[in-house]
Design a protein around this ligand. Structure first.
Ligand code: SAM
Length: 279
């Protein structure tokens, strides 16, 4: 790779790196890495491989958000007079990866912060899934324990957006089953090994996908994308009555009717008549 070199001003440079295909490293990213005085890395062996690919050697320092305060303070202090790049093992730093505390502290110290945008598995998977992209919620990794995972899914079950989750092969079947149980059946995609030799996108309903991966853990890196919920069922008579009974324990008849009509999207006069009949 031929690098067009540039002189970097002091500051923090957040540099996205490839998630599979090394050719996805942008010329801008390569030039910043080649010129940085120091690169803060997750794993120096991984970043050394990337630097070899572009034919440069730069000093590296391990950094994680749980690194001690002193490490972070030292890095931020160096940014006043040096160009410090931040990379993760793959993809965009800070996205389920270290970095936010470093950015927070660098900003507080008045350091100039630049981002060199590039690959991110969540966004790449969203483009492959064929599911709505107008509103999406990135959830990172779900908790590993069954109870905590079910609770995390319940928390977002009513969100009207496409969901994006990172997952590992051995946990894929259990995660898909938990999503099916907590979100009801929705359209989804399992996107694997993006930009690598065995890239694959498998689409289907959550129950189909949970069945497919129940006993077979696929290899490689995985993103799950889940479509938004369908239109909610119109409220039935029983729902209206239950909501009114509850609201009337707190509010006057007319206020209870107004609240229930608003929540369930029903005509106010109709709900008011029901409330009077119940009273
Ligand atoms: N910061 C990274 C990014 O921008 O995508 C993500 C880091 S996170 C620790 C690693 C997870 O991202 C993997 O476990 C997997 O879920 C997902 N991932 C990374 N590379 C991937 C790829 N090539 N194909 C599919 N998923 C990938």
């Amino acid at each position: 790779m031929t690098l067009s070199l540039m002189t970097l001003l002091p500051g923090l440079y957040i540099v996205a790196t490839p998630i599979g295909n090394l050719s996805d490293l942008s010329p801008h990213a390569a030039a910043v890495l080649a010129e940085a005085d120091l690169i803060a890395v997750e794993d120096s062996r991984v970043t050394a491989k990337l630097l070899r690919h572009i034919g440069v050697k730069r000093p590296m320092k391990p950094y994680h958000d749980h690194s001690d305060e002193r490490t972070r303070r030292d890095l931020v202090a160096r940014m006043a007079s040096e160009a410090v790049a931040l990379v993760s093992d793959a993809g965009t730093p800070l996205i389920s990866d270290p970095g936010y505390k470093l950015v927070r502290d660098a900003r507080a110290a008045g350091v100039a912060i630049h981002t060199v945008a590039g690959p991110c598995a969540a966004i790449a998977a969203l483009t492959l899934a064929g599911l709505p992209t107008d509103r999406f919620l990135f959830l990172g990794f779900l908790p590993a324990k069954t109870g905590a995972r079910a609770a995390a899914i319940a928390e977002i079950a009513t969100v009207r957006a496409t969901l994006i989750l990172y997952e590992s092969g051995p946990r894929l079947g259990a995660a898909l089953a938990a999503l099916r149980d907590g979100l009801r059946d929705r359209e989804a995609a399992v996107v694997r090994e993006i930009s690598k030799r065995f890239e694959e996108t498998v689409t289907g309903s959550l129950s189909e996908l949970a069945g497919r991966y129940a006993d077979s853990a696929p290899k490689g890196e995985i993103v799950i994308v889940v479509g938004p919920p369908g239109e909610p069922e119109p409220a039935g008579e029983e729902d209206v009555e239950a909501a009114l009974r509850e609201a009337m324990t707190r509010l006057s008849v007319s206020r209870a009717a107004a609240e229930v009509a608003h929540t369930l999207g029903l005509p106010r006069r109709e709900v008011y008549e029901r409330a009077l009949a119940l009273k």
